[in-house]
Design a protein around this ligand. Structure first.
Ligand SMILES: C[S@@+](CC[C@H](N)C(=O)[O-])C[C@H]1O[C@@H](n2cnc3c(N)ncnc32)[C@H](O)[C@@H]1O
Ligand SMILES: [Zn+2]
Length: 275
């Protein structure tokens, strides 16, 4: 029989669901941080999220991101599949009814809202943690309204690019860049499939960082900043970072991103007025 958790019990539970797991590099980072990760179905293991109906009130968190090919700037003929999978993601989160969720994707992934959650969206680049650059966007949502305070961009020297599916570097080198241990292997995969799966994954360095933030905010000391959540002011670009003093934005990049959003909204309003 499934034990349904409520309130504090669920919040203290470190049982989480990973959706669209692939080889689940993101889930591995959460496991290292002390979570117990249950994996949902994936096409590469013969499953399909469209046939997946998880129980409510069992998982404290949901992690993962839908396939990003249709949202990538490199894709010359994007389709609608990515959007359908994003809808599936939202459906699963609603059904699971977790305390929090973490969505991960490319920078061009569309915005979405899950009813009942306070959300923030922020970018992290592998280049802020290592010498290799890879930009990912994260959306974090929580029922309680408690948000994360992720680092802002840090200037570091970059010596190489992200791992890609058709990467010319050796499988070992690709694993190393993505933060996988030296003995990591996928013995039943072809070399091309191994590289693709590792390229699709969230670099362990980023996964560990976000898992650590969630862990310290939700499972560490109750009041990590020493300030009640309602007294923390958040950046006006909706990245959720805390701001100090009279500042409106956490960084110059936040100010630019908020300006871009306003410009986009203005041009949408203009189009609507003309139509
Ligand atoms: C970006 S990858 C996931 C990477 C993973 N988060 C990691 O860190 O290793 C997206 C995954 O979605 C899977 N996928 C695509 N369509 C799916 C569907 N209908 N049902 C389940 N999984 C699907 C793909 O096979 C792929 O493994
Ligand atoms: Zn911001």
């Amino acid at each position: 029989m499934i034990k349904v958790l409520h309130g504090e019990d669920k919040l203290n539970s470190k049982l989480i669901l990973s959706v669209f797991p692939g080889i689940d590099m993101l889930g591995k980072a959460f496991e290292e941080t002390g979570f117990c990760v249950v994996r949902g179905p994936d096409l590469i293991t013969g499953g399909d999220i469209r046939n997946f109906f998880p129980p409510a009130n069992v998982f404290a968190g949901v992690i993962g991101g839908p396939p990003c090919q249709d949202f990538s700037g490199l894709n010359r003929s994007p389709g609608t599949y990515g959007h359908k999978m994003l809808d599936e993601y939202v459906r699963v989160v609603m059904q699971v009814n977790p305390d929090w969720f973490l969505f991960e994707n490319v920078a061009r992934a569309p915005s979405f809202e899950v009813q009942g959650f306070t959300q923030q969206r922020f970018a992290l680049d592998l280049g802020w943690f290592t010498e290799f650059s890879r930009l990912r966007h994260f959306v974090f949502g929580s029922k309680s309204g408690l948000l994360l305070d992720p680092v802002k961009s840090q200037n570091k020297s970059i010596s190489g690019g992200a791992v890609t599916g058709g990467d010319q570097r050796s499988f070992r080198a690709c694993c190393d860049i993505q933060g996988l241990p030296s003995k990591f292997d996928l013995p039943s995969f072809t070399l091309a499939a191994k590289k693709q799966a590792v390229a699709n994954g969230v670099p362990l360095q980023l996964g560990r960082y976000v898992a650590g933030l969630i862990h310290s905010n939700f499972y560490g000391s109750k009041d990590p900043l020493g300030v009640a959540e309602e007294n923390i002011r958040r950046c006006c670009c909706e990245c959720g970072r805390a701001v100090v003093g009279r500042a409106l934005y956490a960084s110059p990049a936040c100010r630019k991103s908020a300006q871009r959003k306003r410009d986009k909204q203005k041009s949408l309003n203009g189009q609507l007025a003309r139509s």
